[in-house]
Design a protein around this ligand. Structure first.
Ligand code: DHB
Ligand code: FE
Length: 285
């Protein structure tokens, strides 16, 4: 059967993608950010997944205000890097896993979560920047990716509680797929940031670090935090962090297994307008 081996959490700041694509990672401003991912790239080579279930948000790129799915699963064979206004990022095409995606859709919808099936969409920085941070600049991404887009752009957005429960449903779905696949679930976006209005530039180091502590040790209680706290404490775009609860809900301890091992934790302020947070949690084998 397929199994979930680990979860990875990371911010997705678009300027990080630009720094990689334009060869600026050794500049003083960027060095500390990329140093925080050196371990992650080694870890990923030592713990290669077959498939990454990548929870991210689209930024009005594949979806516009015309159509806004709350939860959308990429069931296609491949996904092109999106043109977000300055040309597509020069990164490999994202290869999907249509069979596993179809199985997860079947299982999760039968568990009463209404997913939107997406056979064709381009993927923006929300998905490609985490891949670049974790993998560097390979000729092809070294695993298949099931994109899972969550609406955190246009209210009403899903609650942390619903995201955490959805992660548990995704775990049951993956672990009932009859193939010997190692699957990682990645939760991306965040941490604190606000891109507009009088509080633009807001960063909350204390709140972010408490979020990391609680994500590790008491995710069910963290899942009860209401939207208003994310927005008040972590800024309007800090709400992206609810997506981390989907990945956390898919870990073994939530279903009664042993606590995960913290393989890596990193926090850096700022990158562009955002606090960068990164965590790797391993299930025991
Ligand atoms: C920034 C962060 C984001 O999450 C995003 O989607 C766009 C911009 C930033 O920090 O500049
Ligand atoms: Fe974003």
């Amino acid at each position: 059967m397929a199994c979930i081996t680990a979860s990875v959490y990371t911010s997705h700041v678009p300027a990080i993608g630009a720094a990689i694509d334009l060869g600026k990672t050794h500049e003083d401003y960027w060095k500390p950010v990329f140093a925080g991912y050196a371990f992650a790239q080694r870890w990923l080579r030592d713990n290669p997944p077959d498939v990454v279930f990548l929870v991210y948000n689209d930024h009005a790129t594949a979806f516009s205000l015309d159509l806004i799915p709350t939860f959308a699963i990429g069931t296609g064979a491949s996904f092109q890097p999106a043109d977000e206004g300055w040309g597509p990022r020069p990164v490999p095409v994202v290869e999907g896993h249509a069979e596993l995606a179809a199985h997860i859709a079947q299982s999760v919808i039968q568990q009463d979560f209404d997913l939107t099936l997406v056979n064709r969409m381009d993927v923006d920085h929300g998905l490609t920047v985490p891949l670049s941070l974790m993998c560097g600049q390979p000729r092809a991404w070294p695993f298949k990716v099931i994109p899972f887009a969550v609406n955190v752009v246009q209210y009403p957005v899903p609650s942390g509680r619903r995201c955490f429960a959805l992660g548990q449903a995704i775990r049951r779905a993956v672990e009932s797929f009859d193939a010997d696949l190692k699957v990682q679930v990645w939760g991306t976006g965040g941490m604190s940031h606000q891109l507009q209005g009088p509080r633009a530039g807001l960063i909350n180091r204390d709140w972010d670090n408490r979020f990391l502590d609680r994500l590790i040790a008491e995710p069910a209680a963290l899942a009860e935090v209401p939207h208003i706290e994310y927005v008040r404490e972590a800024g309007s775009e800090g709400i992206e962090l609810v997506m981390w609860l989907i990945a956390r809900g898919a870990m073994a301890d939530v279903a009664g297994g042993p606590a995960p091992r913290v393989a890596h934790r990193f926090y850096h302020v700022p990158a562009s307008n955002t606090a960068v947070g990164h965590l790797i949690l391993e299930n025991s084998r």
